[in-house]
Ligand binder design. Structure first.
Ligand code: GTP
Ligand code: MG
Length: 199
């Protein structure tokens, strides 16, 4: 499915530009620069269907991608939270957009909360997890850039994140470890996403 049709649908800078809620959706959120857009590219086997950048703050709208022919579900690439090289007012606007979307989007089946393997959970991630807990939106914690740290360190971070996940009612207890760069963990995540949109 992921190797078939994947198409950019639209970019919504404000909620009034959201597409009709016609298909199940999986959203990708996380701190700026964590690798959301890169993971969407890796999962769909496209080099740059989602735009990436070394500069935090690349994704500034809610970007929708359709998967399947005919469309089976949509992926949503979101602006990052935490630090971003953008004016405070602009960052505040993204924050509102993301929160409102996550809280009220009816077809949203799952959210992927991406966390940099090297850094583990930050307070901004915990805030996001609490928002999702309160909205009862089930989410998976996905460690990114696993190629960037030693296996022994990775194990420690993964254990800590998993331990914290168990305290959050809407978080899956099982976490995912990925590298968009090396293709690690992608098959498992694709399978999990199919489960999410089909069940
Ligand atoms: P914003 O849209 O700014 O919030 O960022 P993002 O979360 O979409 O991150 P993006 O995918 O643009 O990636 C940020 C940087 O991290 C880019 O320079 C990527 O090449 C790099 N990166 C992403 N995933 C990986 C990975 O698995 N391994 C390595 N080594 N680098 C990665
Ligand atoms: Mg991005």
């Amino acid at each position: 499915l992921f190797s078939g049709r994947v198409e950019f649908l639209l970019s919504a800078p404000q909620l009034k530009f959201l597409p009709e809620p016609d298909f199940p959706e999986v959203a990708f959120c996380g701190r700026s620069n964590v690798g959301k857009s890169s993971l969407i590219n890796a999962l769909t086997g496209r080099r740059s269907i989602a735009r990436t950048s070394v500069t935090p703050g690349r994704t500034q709208e809610l970007n929708f991608f359709e998967v399947g022919e005919p469309t089976e579900f949509r992926l949503v690439d979101m602006p990052g939270y935490g630090f971003a090289k953008a004016p405070l007012k602009v960052v505040e606007k993204w924050r509102k957009l993301v929160r409102t979307f996550l809280r009220g989007r009816v077809p949203l089946r799952r959210t992927m909360v991406l966390v940099d393997s090297r850094h583990g959970l930050k307070d901004s991630d915990r805030d996001m997890m609490t928002i999702l807990d309160e909205a009862a939106v089930g989410y998976r914690l996905v460690l990114t850039k696993a190629d960037k740290i030693k296996a022994s360190e990775l194990e420690k971070v993964a254990a800590l994140v998993a331990q914290e996940a168990r305290k959050h009612p809407a978080a899956f207890p099982q976490i995912h470890i990925t590298s968009a760069e090396k293709g690690m963990g992608l098959d498992e995540l694709r399978a999990a996403m199919l489960f999410d949109v089909r069940d």
